[in-house]
Design a binder for this molecule. Structure first.
Ligand code: ADP
Length: 193
């Protein structure tokens, strides 16, 4: 059985950290579009330079570029037990494209986990991460913009999965292990049905 999970939430909600733990626990492939994009920027390719101009301003990278990138990664992981999508989909068009790509492979998203964290804590977490991350987008001004973009373009993705009946809300505050326990129970509830 292929088991795909979308780990959803605002910037700073802990998607990356929890996705890593989940991937290990359930033997799934962790796909972070943010990490894939930053790897391309690191290469210094012309595509990377283009991508950096979006990321460093806190804007979304265009859908077609993200969807093509994702399609290639899915194709190169044939035979995977399943995927954890972290930071993707970020627009309803990306969500529809993902549904199509998975349908071609005879699968779908089994569970969408929305990690919910209050705005003040999100900003504090991102500012703190900025001290060590070296990320060009972890500064106060860009963080504010990323949260605005999240509300405008990404939050509607939640309704997309709610209407499909596979969305759950998880409290994203507390210790890493407390949050992971909550996520694991949600995953087990779906696996065991
Ligand atoms: P965070 O969730 O903390 O903002 P990410 O690493 O997921 O961190 O994303 C960082 C940046 O990468 C985003 O602000 C955006 O510019 C770009 N990005 C990542 N994933 C996507 C996506 N699915 N669609 C468009 N842009 C994306």
């Amino acid at each position: 059985m292929v088991f795909n999970i979308v780990l959803f939430g605002a910037p700073g909600s802990g998607k990356g950290t929890q996705s890593t733990l989940l991937a290990e626990k359930f033997g799934l492939v962790h796909l972070s579009t943010g990490d894939l994009l930053r790897a391309e920027v690191q290469k210094g390719s012309s595509l990377g330079i283009q991508i950096d101009s979006y990321i460093s301003k806190g804007n979304l990278v265009p859908d077609n570029l993200i969807v093509d990138m994702l399609a290639a990664v899915l194709d190169s992981n044939e035979g995977a037990k399943g995927f954890i999508f972290d930071g993707f989909p970020r627009t309803t068009d990306q969500a529809a494209a993902l549904k199509k790509m998975l349908a071609v492979k005879g699968t779908d998203v089994a569970l969408m986990i929305n990690l919910s964290v209050g705005e003040e804590e999100l900003i504090n977490r991102l500012l703190y991460r900025g001290i060590s991350s070296g990320r060009t987008d972890d500064n106060y001004e860009t963080i504010q913009h990323r949260i605005k973009v999240y509300h405008e373009k990404t939050a509607p993705v939640k309704a997309f999965y709610e209407s499909l009946g596979c969305a759950v809300d998880i409290d994203g505050t507390g210790s890493l292990s407390e949050i992971f326990e909550r996520i694991q129970s949600a995953v087990n509830a779906v696996i065991n049905t």
